[in-house]
Each structure stands twice: as C-alpha cells, then as structure tokens.
Ligand binder design. Structure first.
Ligand code: SAM
Length: 199
C-alpha cells in the first residue's frame, strides 16, 4: 500500500471491508508501514479481526497464502478474469495505490512476486471497484462483459462546477457509479480546498 493512508484510501478500504464481511472473505492489508499498523484511522480499525487483517509483512510472507493460488489483478495482464478462475485462485492481490491520470503503471511493483495475473479490462478502476468487479466475477460468477459499468463519470460538485473522474466504476442500481460511502462528499470537499488554494 501507499506509505500513508489518506482519506480517499480509508473510504475505499472501509468499502472493501464491508463487502468482504458480507461475503465471508478475508481482507488483508499488507506491506503497511510499521508506524501505521497500530495507528489506522478509527473508522477503519473497527473492522480489524474480521474481515480485516493488517500487517507490515509483504503478501509473500503470509503462510496462509499459497503462491500458486494467487492472482494479481493487473490492467496489463494478458488474460481477462473469468468465472472459471474461481477454481484456479484462492487469493487476489490488488495494488493499494491510488489511481492517477494518466495511469503510471504502478501495479508494476507487484509483478516482482511472479504471481499469475488477470485483467478486468483495460480501463483503470479505483481499487475498491477492482475488488468489487473481481468479487462479481469470482463469487457471483458473472462474466466480466456482463457487469454494468459507468466510465469516466461526470460528478456535479455544485450548481456551477463538475469534475470528471478518470476511472471505470460498477454501475449501481440507481444508474450512478458505485462509490464508497462518503466519497462524493470527500471529492466535493477536496475540490473546494483546491479552489481555495488557487486564490
Ligand atoms: N495508476 C495505477 C496503475 O497504473 O497501476 C492504478 C492503480 S488502481 C487504482 C489500484 C489497483 O486496482 C491496481 O494495482 C490493480 O490491482 C487494480 N486494478 C485497477 N484497474 C484494473 C484493471 N482494469 N484490471 C486489473 N486490475 C485493475
């Protein structure tokens, strides 16, 4: 994961924790800086135990994870993730890195582990979206092409301003991009802040 846990990542990890709890899977945050392990935001700490496990060890050091059953989610992988992969993999590794525009391929850092890899299409997803889409393919057995998406949504910040998010999201039942609780408010707040910084 990133060396620090910002507000954006915290909301994403809360969303992943909630969905992992609902589906009965474990969620490991690995390579967490030692100083941060005991100092996670309170809103995330409540998930520690089940489903969340937090460690400064690298994913390769987890004894419960068997390298030949691990899938790295990598936008540059040759193969697409498919429902049949539920038989192939027990663990899925995602880069705990924020998206950037244009993407800088920081997932490359995880290729050194030599895990098998799969992509979820070529468009960059937020980390919680990538986890959500993986869960839909593996646990709900939906082919990737059947998942409804919203690409590069335009978010209205206030009466006069909007911003375009450079990511692919799963489409929620209301037709809106599925985002962690509180994310829209955070994006609006950050936009206000950068507007203030400007003057
Ligand atoms: N800018 C980063 C990069 O270029 O690697 C993208 C980081 S993305 C927000 C965080 C993680 O979600 C990635 O490391 C990857 O594991 C997963 N991810 C996002 N989009 C994906 C896609 N289209 N296919 C596979 N994995 C994806």
């Amino acid at each position: 994961m990133e060396p620090e846990m910002g507000a954006w990542s915290t909301l994403e990890y809360i969303a992943i924790s909630t969905e992992s709890a609902a589906s009965g899977s474990d969620f490991y945050l690995t390579s967490v800086p030692p100083s941060l392990v005991g100092d996670l935001p309170e809103s995330l700490r409540q998930y520690i135990g089940a489903p969340l496990k937090v460690t400064s060890h690298e994913v390769t050091q987890l004894s419960e994870v068997h390298a030949d059953r691990v899938c790295l989610l990598d936008p540059q992988a040759e193969k697409e993730l498919s429902p049949a992969d539920a038989e192939v993999f027990d663990a899925f590794v995602f880069g705990g890195i924020l998206g950037d525009d244009p993407p800088r391929d920081r997932t490359a850092e995880l290729r050194k582990y030599g895990y098998q890899s799969r992509q979820l299409g070529k468009l960059q997803m937020t980390t919680d979206t990538a986890v959500r889409a993986t869960r839909m393919v593996i646990e709900e057995q939906q082919p990737l092409a059947k998942i409804p998406y919203v690409d590069y949504p335009e978010l209205k910040l206030n009466k006069n301003e909007s911003t375009q998010m450079p990511f692919r999201y799963v489409k929620g039942k209301d037709g809106e991009p599925y985002m962690p609780q509180g994310m829209l408010e955070l994006i609006k707040k950050d936009a206000d802040k950068s507007f203030d910084d400007f003057f």
